[in-house]
Write a protein that binds this ligand. Structure first.
Ligand code: UGA
Length: 447
């Protein structure tokens, strides 16, 4: 399927510590490209699933490469850190979630992974940090590694998007290597070049830099994307107050190549395991560095983002004459974005929970994220099919723009329910088509 190793490229032995969204995809993709890879995780259930070729989460393309890489014998999984021994490059791909009750990142897993790996490192090995970390972490870890081994550290942030994770890993749009100064850095770069030989042979741009820059590239990229989304959501609020249309506004400003149309979709806002916690951790770290004011705007970005959830709930309430109590609400979408079953910090799930909390009779559905949502919020009523959720609903709320929701036929929907109100929390439907079918259509920042 992918352009594999060309003659002369060297297959390497790699370990990947942490087999979540990032690590499982990285391990399978690197094995698919021709390297021999062991994926290591403390979660035995996850490792069992991966060993049997099953992805522990929904990610298009992952089951296929897991299967082929396992069949090739190049990919193995283990719960034992000792199995990292013998690999020459070790990727740290564990999570850095938001600390409970705080804005900062929880570094427990990164620290534990590095500490656990050190006894199995050999001379010349390279430890490669992929996790998103507060700036300064790599320098600290490099010292810690140097005290107990002669391995080197590099920081190589990952920019994959869920839903496109395999493609983004195998054909990244850029590679960033944060390496130490001097010969150690030259050696680390050479090792990373061997790992990424296929991407490099396809002219993938590489930025070779220091640790701090590499760490900051990652958080600043996510901060920029979050800012772009909150910017357009702020414009949607202004559009609502003026009768303007934010989707046309986004198209028009997006034609300016300096601005670009991507990530200018107004709606219920960003969620997931990255953007929300990364902007908070970045703010917390900047404050620790005495530079809080430099990124104070990220608090506003966060506030604008969270406000969109309130707004969707308010719109639903207003559409039902101010009272959602015992009204039947169909919530279409639970995942934080389409093509994912991830509900971490999902605006869609949050809207469902809030409406339920206000006494609405919510039935929520999602093509992939029902199981994860039920685990977190067993109090909600879930439906496997959108038809079931929609039947007899007083209002329909679209909060994740899955293709199957975008393709809903308003005429068919109108036969399932007498309630003719649709709230488009992702501005992903055609207002004219829904209005023509007799619906009251309400988007965000759209007349
Ligand atoms: C994000 C970044 O896009 C990746 O580059 C990065 O590697 C990743 O975080 C990470 O740090 O691991 P991801 O969380 O998969 O990737 O999701 P995005 O595609 O960035 O979407 C984030 C959220 O923004 C979603 O809830 C999405 O619905 C929302 N969004 C996106 C909008 O509300 N409007 C838009 O125009 C675009």
């Amino acid at each position: 399927m992918w352009l594999r190793f060309k003659t002369g490229m060297k297959a390497m032995k790699l370990s990947v510590i942490g087999c979540g969204y990032l690590g499982a995809v990285h391990a399978a993709s690197m094995a698919e490209l021709g390297h021999t890879v062991v994926g290591i995780d403390v979660d035995a259930a996850k490792i069992d699933l991966l060993r049997s070729g099953k992805a522990p989460f929904f990610e298009p393309g992952l089951p296929e490469i897991l299967e082929s890489a396992l069949a090739s014998g190049r990919l193995t999984f283990s719960t034992d850190m000792a199995d990292a021994e013998g690999a020459s490059v070790h990727f740290i791909a564990v999570g850095t979630p938001q600390r409970k009750g705080e804005q900062a990142a929880d570094m427990t897993y990164v620290n534990g992974a590095v500490e656990g790996l050190i006894p199995f490192l050999a001379d010349g090995d390279l430890v490669v940090g992929k996790s998103t970390v507060p700036v300064g972490t790599a320098a600290r870890l490099a010292k810690q590694i140097a005290e107990k081994s002669s391995a080197q550290l590099a920081w190589n942030p990952e920019f994959l998007r869920e839903g496109f994770a395999v493609k983004d890993t195998i054909s990244p749009d850029r590679l960033v290597y944060g390496v130490p100064a001097g010969d150690a850095g030259v050696q680390a770069k050479a090792q990373l070049d061997e790992v990424y030989a296929v991407a490099l042979s396809n002219d993938t741009p590489v930025v070779v830099t220091d640790f701090a820059t590499a760490e900051l590239v990652k958080v600043s990229a996510n901060a920029f994307l979050a800012t772009k989304i909150s910017f357009i959501n702020a414009m949607a609020e202004i559009a609502d107050a003026t009768g303007a249309d934010v989707t046309q506004l986004a198209d028009a400003i997006g034609f300016d190549a300096r601005i670009g149309r991507r990530f200018l979709n107004a709606g219920v806002g960003f969620g997931g395991g990255c953007l929300p916690k990364d902007i908070r951790a970045f703010t917390a770290r900047a404050e620790e560095l005495g530079r809080g004011e430099s990124v104070a705007f990220l608090k506003e970005v966060d506030a604008i983002n969270l406000r969109q959830r309130d707004r969707v709930v308010e719109i639903v309430r207003d559409a039902l004459d101010g009272d959602v109590f015992e009204k039947k609400v169909a919530v279409l979408g639970l995942a934080f974005k389409p093509n994912s079953d991830d509900v971490r910090d999902s605006p869609a799930l949050d809207v469902a929970v809030r409406l339920h909390g206000l006494g609405a009779a919510v039935t929520a559905t999602d093509p992939e994220a029902v199981a994860n949502s039920r685990r977190l919020h067993p109090q909600l009523v879930f439906a496997a099919e959108s038809d079931v959720a929609i039947t007899d609903a007083d209002v329909i709320v679209v909060v994740t723009e899955w293709d199957e929701f975008k393709a809903l036929d308003p005429v068919a929907v109108s036969k399932l329910t007498a309630g003719r109100i649709i709230v488009d929390g992702r501005n992903c439907l055609d207002p004219e088509v829904w209005r023509a079918a007799g619906f009251t259509y309400i988007g965000l920042g759209r007349p």
